[in-house]
Design a protein around this ligand. Structure first.
Ligand code: PGA
Ligand code: ZN
Length: 423
């Protein structure tokens, strides 16, 4: 049973405040969790509450969130059974009382919801990935490594698209997938150095170069990196993209301004991707259209959905009601899953289950502003998400997740499963 809840303002990987909550049980056991923060957020994301006090952290302090956790939330949850995650999350949602968690803050609710899940695992004496949900899976997710960063995550790069990811789909195990990607990352670095480019990295640990030829040159560089590291493009390693195109969508047009002044409409974007599919080993495209461009998403899914995975992120925001609309209208065949887009553990599990029911892919995701917390990794295995992205094979807030997954893989031993979801 919950005895007390404390919270702390800590910094994320961008040096911006975020929240860590600690639950103490009557037994004296305690568990903590920290929430991440995005940069290219969807407009329907659950509300991340900030102080707005310009004298502290440019208004981005989270002291109000801390006060909500230690005040109202601690009061409401005191004496509750931490093993009943559904009841705890329902109490949090009811206490907040708004549809988008604007009153107490989704960051307040999620920090407590995650800490409760960890505390429950302690009580049960199980690892988090075993304790999180009924019938936990043994499936390690296929990782997507974001090795070239653009868009809002690397303002100085020449890349309009936000994420260029390596998918080691031919690897026999999760830890081998990590090795394939780490070696390719180093090979890409050598190529950049040999061409006189910068090897400085963006928010997710991927390189953020000023390449002539922009987005397309980035795909070419990835393929050459694979070959240099001794891997077969399209066999051992494929490419996944997250253009995060909401960030360059204005007045109904997509403005590819960094990589040469192209302005494209929805259909022209589909054709751009279609053209790339003939040249590059691409298996997945996320947010290829803007969050409001449902018609663009539908056209893309009709035209390319048979060949590749079409993932919705900013449009679906891990919200079952909106994902259901996407299912009904055929606007994707997979959904990104981010705990802090919706704000509680139970609602996030529900979003995954909805996708699984209709055979949609699910990609568990970190945020560009992360902490050392690897809750995500246990979550991905528990629900059997099948895929997960956590940035490059660099920067410890990214590696915390991959390292935790390798640990889980070792823990599961012979029971561990790892499959190519694109076959
Ligand atoms: P964000 O980006 O965490 O900055 O929102 C991640 C994504 O768009 O998938
Ligand atoms: Zn995205």
């Amino acid at each position: 049973l919950i005895s007390s809840i404390r919270a702390q303002e800590i910094l994320d990987s961008r040096g911006t405040p975020t929240v860590k909550a600690t639950i103490t049980l009557q037994s004296g056991a305690r568990a903590s969790a920290a929430v991440p923060s995005g940069a290219s957020t969807g407009s329907n994301d659950a509300v991340e509450l900030r102080d707005g006090d310009p004298k502290r952290y440019f208004g981005k302090g989270v002291r109000k969130v801390i006060a909500h956790i230690e005040g109202e939330i601690a009061e409401a949850l005191k004496g509750r059974d931490v093993c009943d995650q559904a009841a705890i999350d329902a109490a949090l949602i009811a206490l907040d009382g708004t549809p988008n968690k604007a009153r107490l803050g989704a960051n307040a609710l999620l920090a407590v919801s995650m800490a409760a899940a960890r505390a429950a695992a302690l009580v049960r004496g199980e690892p988090l990935h075993r304790s999180l949900c009924e019938k936990p899976s043994n499936l390690l997710p296929m990782p997507m490594f974001n090795v070239l960063n653009g868009g809002l995550h690397a303002p100085g790069s020449s890349l309009d698209f936000q994420e260029f990811m390596l998918v080691p789909m031919g690897a026999p195990s999760f830890s081998e997938a990590v090795r394939y990607a780490a070696e390719t990352y180093h090979a890409i670095k050598e190529l950049l150095i040999s061409q006189g480019h910068s090897t400085a990295v963006g928010d997710e640990g991927g390189f953020a170069p000023k390449l002539m030829g922009g987005n397309q040159a980035a795909c070419e560089l990835m393929v050459r990196g694979m070959e240099r590291a001794g891997y077969r493009p399209g066999e051992d390693i494929a490419i996944a993209l997250d253009p995060a195109s909401t960030s360059f969508y204005k007045n109904g047009r997509y403005h590819l301004s960094r990589s040469g002044n192209q302005v494209l409409d929805s259909q022209e974007m589909v054709e751009l991707y279609q053209g790339w599919l003939n040249v590059f080993p691409i298996v997945s495209i996320e947010d290829g259209h803007a969050e409001d461009d449902w018609a663009g998403f539908a056209a893309m899914t009709r035209q390319l959905g048979g060949q590749i995975q079409i993932v919705g992120d900013d449009n679906f925001v891990t919200n079952t009601r909106i994902i259901q609309r996407g299912i009904d209208e055929g606007t994707a065949n997979a959904s990104l899953i981010k705990l802090n887009q919706i704000g509680t553990v139970s609602e996030t599990i529900a979003a995954v289950r909805l996708c699984q029911k209709v055979d949609w892919g699910t990609v568990m995701s970190h945020r560009s502003g992360e902490t050392e917390d690897a809750f995500l990794s246990d979550f991905a295995v528990a629900v059997g998400a099948g895929q997960m992205k956590s940035g490059a094979t660099a920067r410890s807030e990214r590696l915390a997740k991959y390292n935790r997954l390798m640990e889980i893989e070792a823990e599961l031993g012979d029971r561990a499963e790892f499959v190519n979801p694109y076959r």
